[in-house]
Write a new protein. Structure first.
Length: 563
């Protein structure tokens, strides 16, 4: 166990591994794998499995493979394979030279299937998919043997080889394991191992027209790769007997399958099928939409890999399904960004301020701390001039009692600059405020004789003359309810979409942001954490995505609902 891992929480999987090591099992080896299906983009639930599998390997000085279970060419695309590789690397994990595909083993899997036929443990069945389901029985009623179950070994081998040769159309025949149609576990009632599928595979192209089922391929891939601990989510618990049966019948190396609870997250859906539905119906801009729970979407939104890893490590590994609070993930994002994100000023809803007693045409550069949490981040200079922008909400002509920002008779401090005092407003013909006129105290900036004079409000601002225009996308949670799958009869999960999950505004930001790079992250003072969009911020166009607010605004909303 590494020194770094000693601070990580323990769990039942580590306890199993510790016992195995004490008993000398697997000659002291620890070898895990992360086996995604390339039929969609990875999401935060996959991140938990990635962190677990690669983390276990690192913690015990073992190995972890990245293996694609590419056994269904109808749903698989090269785009998904590339995105998965990018996501795992971005999260900070390295599989070295151990990148594998189920398709690497198609010939081996086929030969093992023939071996199972020869031992009398598999047969070719002509029943349709619908008939197989009807013969299967129910949880309280045993299934019925297929009329083709007693074919001879020679006939089964001949038919299986002809299946491989492309002689039959899709669905005409399947290869099934011969187990027991009366077993309580429905997965053990002569499950299908191979099906005919005339489809072009992303890697093997048209060289195969039969493809192994996941339950057949999964355990054998683990065996071929000499995996010691096959870590799966709970939905595979009922499939473990079949996993073990295949390995025992074939007499091959036998990894240990261990199930753990998958990650469920409030205000989120983690079904790839449903996420694909959102993409296909243009409910979002794509798999990497910053509102999506995909790793690519979170990366584009500005989440850090460290924050996601910390979240996955700290929520722990359980044996029973539970729901993690989205606020906890956002907490770890804030925690990491607070340490690393430079502070800048951006005005999202500008209101013009004129400082009447500040000399026209004068500009001075004022020092500002980049990140008070990071002394090595240093300082920057920001221009100050007679005309500024502040937030519209930071001024009230008729303030309520607890309003401590700019208002008639009130003074406020401008961050890194001076104290200003309200004088008058200028309105347009409709009575809307065009600009607010103030005066300033020149002795109240840093180093001035009145620099320590206290006022109750401090505002962020930008110089009107120097500020840059930027598009700011205010992302919020994609769903308005904590459990998006909970819907009224006759409706679907999309009825719970949050109509305010995205607002696009034009803001004014510090001039120093002119040369930012895609993906750079900042804290907009008093506004939250923001990230330069990695796709749309180019050619002189500044686009910022809100990563997360400075505090959990949703918790505040829920508290208000309870009052």
């Amino acid at each position: 166990m590494t020194e770094e891992s000693k601070n990580l929480p323990t769990n039942f999987i580590k306890e199993i591994i510790d016992r195995d090591l004490e008993q000398g099992k697997n000659d002291g080896r620890i070898h895990t794998r992360f086996p995604p299906e390339p039929n969609g983009y990875l999401h935060i639930g996959h991140a938990k499995s990635i962190v677990l599998n690669f983390g276990i390997a690192k913690e015990y000085n073992g190995l972890c493979n990245l293996r694609f279970d590419d056994t269904n060419p109808i749903k698989e695309e090269e785009e998904y394979i590339n995105s998965i590789i990018e996501d795992v690397q971005w999260l900070g994990f390295d599989w070295e030279d151990r990148l594998f595909f189920a398709s690497d083993y198609f010939e081996q899997l086929y030969k093992l299937a023939e071996q199972l036929i020869k031992s009398g443990d598999a047969f070719v069945c002509d029943l349709t998919a619908e008939q197989i389901r009807s013969y299967r029985g129910t949880l309280t009623k045993p299934g019925t043997d297929s009329p083709y179950r007693d074919r001879s070994v020679a006939e089964n081998l001949d038919l299986f080889r002809r299946m491989r040769g492309g002689e039959f159309p899709d669905g005409r025949r399947v290869l099934r394991a011969k187990i027991d149609m009366a077993l309580p576990n429905l997965n053990m009632r002569d499950p299908v191992l191979y099906r005919i599928l005339h489809a072009t595979h992303p890697r093997t192209k048209d060289s195969w027209c039969i493809y192994p089922m996941y339950d057949w391929a999964h355990g054998l891939e683990d065996s071929i790769e000499r995996i010691t601990h096959s870590l799966c989510t709970l939905e595979f618990e009922d499939h473990r007997p079949l996993y073990d049966w295949c390995l025992v019948k074939l007499g091959v190396y036998h990894p240990q399958q261990i199930e753990f609870a998958r990650l469920n997250l409030s205000y989120t859906i983690l079904s790839k099928r449903k996420l694909l539905e959102l993409v296909q119906e243009d409910m979002v801009s794509g798999w990497d939409d910053p509102r999506m729970p995909t790793i690519s979407g979170m990366r584009r939104r500005g989440y850090t890999a460290a924050a996601i890893r910390n979240f996955c490590e700290r929520i722990g590994i359980a044996k029973k399904d539970n729901i993690a609070d989205m606020a906890l993930l956002e907490y770890y994002v804030r925690e990491d960004l607070n340490k690393t994100a430079p502070r800048v000023m951006a005005v999202l809803n500008p209101l013009k301020i004129v400082i009447d007693n500040y000399p026209e045409g004068q500009v001075e550069n004022l020092p500002a701390v980049n990140n008070p949490e990071d002394p090595a981040a240093g300082n920057r200079e920001i221009p100050f001039s007679r005309e500024l922008y502040i937030e519209q909400e930071d001024f009230q002509e008729e303030p309520h009692k607890k309003f401590f920002r700019l208002a008639p008779g009130k003074e406020v401090r401008l961050k890194h600059a001076y104290i200003i005092k309200y004088e008058r407003v200028v309105k347009d013909e409709q009575g809307n405020i065009k600009e607010v006129h103030c005066t300033y105290d020149p002795d109240t900036k840093s180093g001035g004789v009145n620099a320590d004079r206290k006022v109750k409000g401090t505002l962020h601002w930008v110089s009107k003359m120097h500020s840059l225009e930027a598009e700011v996308r205010l992302y919020d949670r994609l769903f308005a309810t904590a459990n998006p799958n909970s819907v009224a009869e006759g409706t679907d999960f999309k009825s719970n979409l949050n109509p305010d999950s995205l607002k696009v505004i034009t803001a004014q930001v510090e001039p120093g942001l002119k040369h930012v790079r895609a993906g750079d992250r900042f804290q907009f003072l008093r506004r939250g954490y923001f990230c330069v969009d990695i796709k749309d911020s180019n050619g002189g166009k500044l686009v910022f995505n809100r990563t997360v607010s400075l505090r959990d605004s949703w918790a505040r909303i829920e508290r208000m609902k309870l009052r």
